[in-house]
Design a protein around this ligand. Structure first.
Ligand code: NAD
Length: 511
């Protein structure tokens, strides 16, 4: 977590500071702790971000608690009306929102707009909440007795989000949380905090009452207070696996409902009958899009049998055409990495793979922007003949480094994927429907693509991996998101006919 010593020059002290959003207004931080925000394309610090203290998190929770009763009591049609307005405002301001993503995350505008489009899907889904939240009704469960189930909001709920989708992942969470009648506290990544503040302003403009949506910026101190605060009923988390595990264990120990999505190592299995050009296009798009900083990025191509040679050649042929550059360059397809430290860590895997016996076919450090710019750039890297024992295979690299593992058979490929501790996404490339169906049946991964390299489910399904990619039992957004942010209440009701009333001390039976 980036909390740095303050540079002594007056320039950095004069930079704007991103604070919190509590009770429907901007609130400057008071903890005295803050971290730097960089423009990854130039390497320059552009802002500070305040880090919330325990007391500041408590203030946000108090605002949310105060706002919750009126928000949950609002009629379904009025709440839906506000959701439609949020959706429209985000859509209208999507270029401005994308600007914050490019400025602080570094992703190029087309990628930033794609992220927002996927987030909008979640807002659109949430607009259907009157239908989604309907319970069940059984008439005449017993004579004169009806039984029905209603779903009610949990109260104050919180979301903790990663740096790589500063707009979409918050929308995964708050769209359904608010739609279900909860008050929400967002703790965004400290690396790119401004998108959340802009979305808070849009929600305010849309008519979300003060205190229903709050943003606290910060680091572990804020997260730990969220996990301990007795008034927070549920926590959604997306980030790396060690932190996801910590969030799940601490949150559940404190009696909270928790869904914690972790890291990933996604394999793309290519069978010998696959269309080589299509598979190569998909591998390059899914490995290097967003500089590989996607939890659904393809990290490893698993090439079965004779497909390896032509496939690696086809991937390599495409690499020279990947345009790396800043978001301000309209031709750029791949931007910088989020921080210098992360860029250097990603680059270190190129050496470790070479040292451990892999073949480096493309080295991202040879791109002229790697040394020729102060931005956090790294070109595309391709590493062949990787084996499961190597660091480059074992670790989540989270950068523009594609590894290739060559295997002899489908069975060997399946075993490799199922043995991996992560189980977020995977894809199979083949023309054989039977093979694809068999893979879908037996692979231990939560999201599977068939000739689709990044199978992020549409908003009316739910998103979530298996194994070390998700702690908790409910996936995020979609129908499981509605389940997560509500609890069921079952009512058994009789409107008595005084003529049939009598004393009966027996255990209530259906009659
Ligand atoms: P991260 O785990 O470092 O941070 C995520 C959030 O947790 C941030 O808000 C951060 O401030 C907070 N945090 C960080 N360290 C903490 C600590 N020690 N204690 C408490 N809180 C802490 O993740 P990141 O680097 O921002 O994001 C990249 C990671 O997120 C990758 O591992 C990626 O695979 C994963 N990710 C997963 C999904 C998914 O859906 N499974 C989606 C996006 C990203």
């Amino acid at each position: 977590m980036a909390q740095v010593a303050e540079p002594s020059g007056s320039t950095s002290l004069a930079l704007p500071t991103v604070g919190h959003w509590i009770g429907g207004a901007h609130v400057p931080g008071t903890s005295g702790r803050r971290g730097p925000v960089f423009d990854p394309a130039t390497g320059a610090q552009t802002k500070w971000v305040d880090f919330a203290s325990t007391a500041e998190v408590d203030a946000a929770v108090a605002a949310a608690e105060a706002a919750f009763p009126a928000w949950r009591s609002l009629s379904m049609s009025r709440r839906t009306d506000i959701l439609f307005r949020i959706r429209n405002l985000v859509e209208q301001h999507r270029k401005e929102l994308a600007g914050y993503l490019t400025a602080e995350h570094g992703k190029v505008p087309s990628d930033a707009l794609g992220e927002i489009a996927r987030g909008l899907e979640n807002l659109e889904f949430a607009c259907g909440v009157p239908h989604l939240i309907k319970g069940g009704f059984t008439e005449q469960a017993s004579t004169g007795v009806d039984v029905y189930q209603i779903r009610q909001p949990l109260g104050v709920v919180a979301g903790i989000t990663p740096f790589n989708f500063p707009a979409m992942v918050p929308m995964w969470m708050f769209a359904n949380a608010l739609a279900c009648g909860n008050a929400f506290i967002l703790k965004p990544s400290e690396k790119d905090p401004s998108a959340s503040m802009f979305m808070a302003e849009l929600l305010h403009e849309a008519g979300v009452p003060d205190g229903v949506f709050n943003v606290v910026q910060g680091d572990r101190e804020a997260v730990d207070r969220v996990l301990e605060h007795p008034s927070i009923a549920a926590v959604s988390f997306v980030g790396s696996t060690p932190v996801a595990r910590h969030v799940y264990e601490t949150g559940t120990r404190n009696g909270k409902r928790v869904q914690a999505l972790g890291g990933a190592k996604n394999h793309m299995l290519v069978l010998p009958d696959a269309d080589i050009d299509m598979a190569a296009d998909a591998a390059v798009s899914a490995a290097y899009g967003s500089s590989g900083e996607r939890c659904m990025a393809i990290a490893t191509v698993v090439a079965v049998g004779g497909v390896a040679e032509p496939l690696v050649e086809a991937i390599q042929a495409r690499l020279a055409k990947v345009a790396v550059g800043p978001g301000s360059d309209p031709g750029a397809e791949m931007g910088p990495l989020v921080t210098r430290q992360h860029r250097d860590k990603v680059a270190s895997y190129i050496d470790s793979a070479a040292n451990q016996g892999a073949t480096v076919l493309a080295d991202g450090r040879e791109h002229q922007l790697y040394r020729g710019s102060d931005g956090f750039f790294l070109g595309v890297s391709l590493i062949d003949h990787v084996t499961p024992g190597m660091d480059a295979y074992r670790d989540e690299i989270f950068g523009p480094v594609l590894t290739v593992v060559r295997v002899g058979s489908y069975e060997e490929a399946l075993e490799l994927i199922n043995d991996n501790p992560y189980g977020n996404g995977t894809a199979i490339f083949t023309r054989d429907g039977g093979a694809a169906r068999q893979f879908q049946f037996e692979v231990n991964v939560g999201m599977v693509g068939i000739n689709v390299p990044i199978p992020v489910p549409v908003a009316y399904y739910s998103f979530g991996g298996w194994k070390a990619s998700l702690f908790g039992d409910q996936h995020m957004y979609g129908p499981e998101g509605i389940q997560f942010y509500t609890r069921a209440k079952v009512v058994t009701s009789r409107w008595p006919d005084p003529g049939t009333s009598s004393v009966d001390l027996g255990f209530p039976r259906t009659r």
